[in-house]
Write a protein that binds this ligand. Structure first.
Ligand code: GDP
Ligand code: MG
Length: 286
């Protein structure tokens, strides 16, 4: 698939659009992640990303509404369960010239869906079988899955069961012929928080240690590849002594609710947002 005719004026026709589903528990940070992605500034000299363009009305609306919430220091409202399958958000991600190794793609087109978190819980609890089946089927059709986990949540056993069930179902519903290189990126969100910031360079170890039950399961998967990432939609403030760009509103076993401190693009520096998408799209890390 390439960008369709409505979007043709905004990009080259040759950019292939790949589909990605963003899944995770309620309040894992899915909508904030997509918003931060759309607002990503190309000013960071250390980042290869030149710009991200939110394409089409639906994407622009999502981003505008969510950005208004961030600017007025409010949380973004959750999605309604059952929604999320029909709505797609399209982004074009461009990279700076010569910032990536030769032969690496420098423009990506992705079409995302922002699933409601109830889907994630239902995997374990086996509630709403019809909806669950619909979501799994929809995931099977995607090129890549971005599974977001709030690393500050204290529900390791529960999450392990959900992740394991998700990967088993996805693997079972996939076949070699469908999408041969299906990838699942597991990303810890909110890595601006102190307890996660120290693990930002070793998300695999952190995730494996926390969700031990998933490890064994991964060896048995036939059709999917998994990799690990650390992300923060809010990022850090300051240079020498970096502090989280968030004010915690509430924190308990289900994770952290927080408000961004600075949403001004000069100060707001999210991190790790594009890496998992790049890997899902290309199979390469940069
Ligand atoms: N500290 C911090 N909090 C975040 C981050 N991303 C999201 N949050 C907070 O996590 C909560 C849930 O975020 P939201 O995007 O609505 O989660 P969703 O239900 O998965 O879409 C909200 O309080 C957000 O402000 C982040 O990168 N850092
Ligand atoms: Mg949401």
């Amino acid at each position: 698939m390439v960008f369709n005719r409505n979007l043709k004026n905004q990009t080259t026709q040759a950019t292939q659009v790949k589909t990605i589903r963003v899944v995770g528990d309620r309040a894992a940070g899915k909508t904030t992640y997509l918003t931060a992605l759309a607002c990503l500034s190309g000013d960071d000299p250390d980042s290869p990303v030149k710009r991200v363009v939110a394409m089409g009305e639906e994407t622009e609306n999502l981003v505008r509404k969510a950005k208004d919430c961030l600017d007025s220091k409010q949380e973004i409202s959750p999605n309604v369960y059952g929604d999320g399958i029909e709505k797609s958000y399209v982004f074009k991600i461009e990279f700076k010239e010569k910032s990536l190794p030769f032969s690496y793609p420098t423009v990506l087109g992705i079409q995302c869906k922002d699933y409601p978190g109830e889907f994630f819980c239902d995997l374990k609890d086996k509630n709403n079988p019809e909806l669950l089946e619909k979501y799994i089927k929809d995931c099977v059709e995607a090129t890549g899955i971005l599974l977001l986990l709030d690393g500050t949540a204290r529900r390791d056993g529960y999450y392990t069961d959900c992740i394991r069930e998700f990967l088993i179902q996805l693997d079972r519903s996939s076949s070699q012929n469908a999408i041969p290189n299906r990838r699942v990126a597991i990303a810890l969100t909110k890595c601006d928080r102190e307890e996660l910031w120290i693990h930002r360079d070793s998300p695999r170890d952190k995730i494996m240690a926390r969700f031990q039950g998933v490890n064994g399961q991964l060896q048995n998967l036939k059709y999917i590849h998994v990799d690990y990432f650390a992300t923060s939609a809010f990022g850090m403030l300051g240079n020498e002594y970096e502090i989280s760009n968030s004010t915690v509103e509430r924190t308990d076993d289900s994770g952290t609710r927080a408000i961004i401190k600075e949403s001004n693009s000069r100060l707001w520096r999210p991190f790790g947002l594009v890496e998992p998408i790049y890997w899902l799209y290309t199979g390469k890390r940069y």
